[in-house]
Design a protein around this ligand. Structure first.
Ligand code: ADP
Length: 479
């Protein structure tokens, strides 16, 4: 309804004002007149005019500035400027202020009506376009929302049918959701939704886990049931909702682990006991009669060989255990204290070879959660290698420092070093680098054990070396 639109005129009292008023009323526009900027604001706020026509100089103020402010507050309001003259300056100012157009004297009724008509038509088109876009965007959002609804159904169906048990608890530990597997595992009635979990589950192992996980940040726990089933329970906090507990049946893996354990124990026992008797009889030889020198030498060789086979078997069994993941028993340890034990034991070898030992241990090192026996073994192997491969009068440097929640252990020596193209292979089982084959004896298992230990502790180990110039082994362990 173009004819009833309200046109707001902001002009000082003048012939032009009266001409505009008459011309617009003649084509049935409603006209409001503002006499100063206060009046202008009041009409803009209260009457929502369809168009503002403002003079370049209005109530001794700059009309363009007032128009700009009005446009910021009412971005869709079309504004026409009544300029004093038609100059390029005026056009620029109108464009810059984002106004709809301008009029200038001498005024003609047709020009006034025409300019208002055109500005309103353009504003209407713009309004229609905005409304269409809003509708389009809203319906596309609605469609997307519909899909993500249907996706929730899908998700629920998946969770309900996966082979792991899932229980979701609210912040008061009442059951919000439980899938079939979890319900069957805990032998719960169908109507357990909404009940506090501790009231419906009575297995002491699970009660302990639930109580513990509520009080602290315990995340994993093995749950054993009377019928022999074993589950790995994992707890995850869900912000604003509560907690999700997932249960994974690990009965089969536990059985396998047990079988493997028994096998390793049997094999180690079966291999070690004949060796012990070989060693025992070798020792008895000299007691049952006098041995000549050659015989004594043979006995010494038997003993040395049995000892090295025993070390080899122990290393192999260790590696088997480590690689099968039997490296548990984490406790809080200080790496520097374990290093000291290791050095105490290997000290005599260092002295024998007249090696110079340089230690650089940072103070206030954080504790590690680690298996102290394995960490000791790792240090013994690395330090043992440095001693073994470094010629007499050489130097061994050991350092420990902390960096970014990691402990960094470095050991370097002045030994033969490792050829570049073999450096990545020395951590493999039985691999010995070509430059040491004529040198000290070894089985090639020590570094494979080191690597397994470090990786079981979520760390990394690598070597840096220039052939003939020594080697540096670096171990990084997370704190
Ligand atoms: P080994 O019983 O042969 O010492 P390791 O697994 O401990 O077995 O080491 C594998 C190989 O890595 C060694 O045979 C040797 O070639 C190389 N290596 C280990 N430590 C050093 C070292 N400190 N200096 C030079 N070579 C080394």
């Amino acid at each position: 309804m173009t004819q009833r639109d309200l046109i707001l005129l902001a002009l000082d009292d003048s012939q032009s004002l009266r001409l505009m008023e008459r011309a617009l009323q003649a084509v049935d526009y409603e006209v409001a007149i503002a006499h100063d900027s206060k009046g202008l604001e009041k009409i803009l706020d209260e009457s929502s005019p369809a168009l503002l026509l403002i003079a370049e100089h209005f109530s001794s103020k700059n009309g363009i500035e007032i128009a700009e402010t009005a446009r910021e507050r009412f971005p869709t309001l079309p504004i026409l400027l009544f300029a004093e003259k038609d100059t390029t300056g005026t056009i620029k100012a109108v464009l810059k202020a984002g106004l709809s157009g301008y009029l200038y004297p001498p005024l003609h009724t047709d020009d006034i009506v025409d300019a208002v008509h055109r500005s309103l038509a353009r504003a209407r088109h713009l309004g229609d376009w905005i409304r269409r876009e809003v509708k389009r965007t809203t319906s596309s959002l609605e469609k997307r929302a519909e899909i993500s609804e249907s996706e929730r159904d899908k998700l629920e169906a998946i969770i309900a049918n996966i082979e792991d048990g899932v229980v979701v608890l609210d912040q008061e530990n009442k059951i919000l959701f439980i899938n079939r597997i979890a319900r069957e595992t805990f032998d719960l009635p169908v109507d357990s939704i909404g009940k506090p979990i501790l009231n419906v589950i009575h297995n002491p192992d699970i009660q302990a886990f639930l109580l513990h996980s509520m009080e602290s940040s315990v995340k994993y726990h093995e749950l054993t049931f009377d019928d022999g089933r074993v589950f790995n329970a994992q707890q995850t906090a869900i912000p604003h909702i509560g907690t999700a507990i997932s249960l994974h049946d690990i009965t089969y893996f536990k059985k396998m682990e047990q079988i493997r354990n028994e096998f390793v124990n049997t094999v180690s026992h079966d291999l070690r006991s004949p060796l012990t008797s070989v060693l025992g009889y070798a020792e008895l030889m000299s007691r049952v009669g006098t041995l000549n020198e050659e015989q004594q030498e043979f006995v010494r060789r038997i003993e040395a060989s049995v000892q090295s086979i025993t070390i080899l078997i122990n290393d192999l069994l260790d590696l088997g255990r480590l690689q099968a993941g039997y490296d548990t028993g984490r406790e809080s340890i200080q790496l520097e204290s374990i290093l000291q034990y290791s050095l105490d034991m290997l000290g005599s070898l260092i002295t024998q070879k007249n090696l110079y030992l340089e230690k650089n241990i940072a103070s206030n090192l954080p504790a590690l959660r680690a298996n102290p026996i394995r960490i000791r073994q790792m240090l013994d192997n690395l330090i043992g290698n440095a001693i073994k491969y470094t010629p007499k009068d050489g130097t061994i440097r050991i350092s420990i420092r902390a960096e970014d929640r990691q402990l960094i252990f470095e050991i370097s020596d002045t030994g033969p070093g490792i050829p570049l193209n073999e450096q990545f292979r020395i951590f493999e089982k039985f691999y010995r680098a070509s430059n040491v084959l004529d040198g000290p004896k070894g089985s090639g298992l020590g570094l494979a054990i080191v690597k397994s230990i470090v990786e079981n502790h979520q760390g990394r180990v690598w070597v840096e070396s220039t052939l003939g110039k020594g080697a540096t082994f670096i171990v990084v362990l997370p704190v």
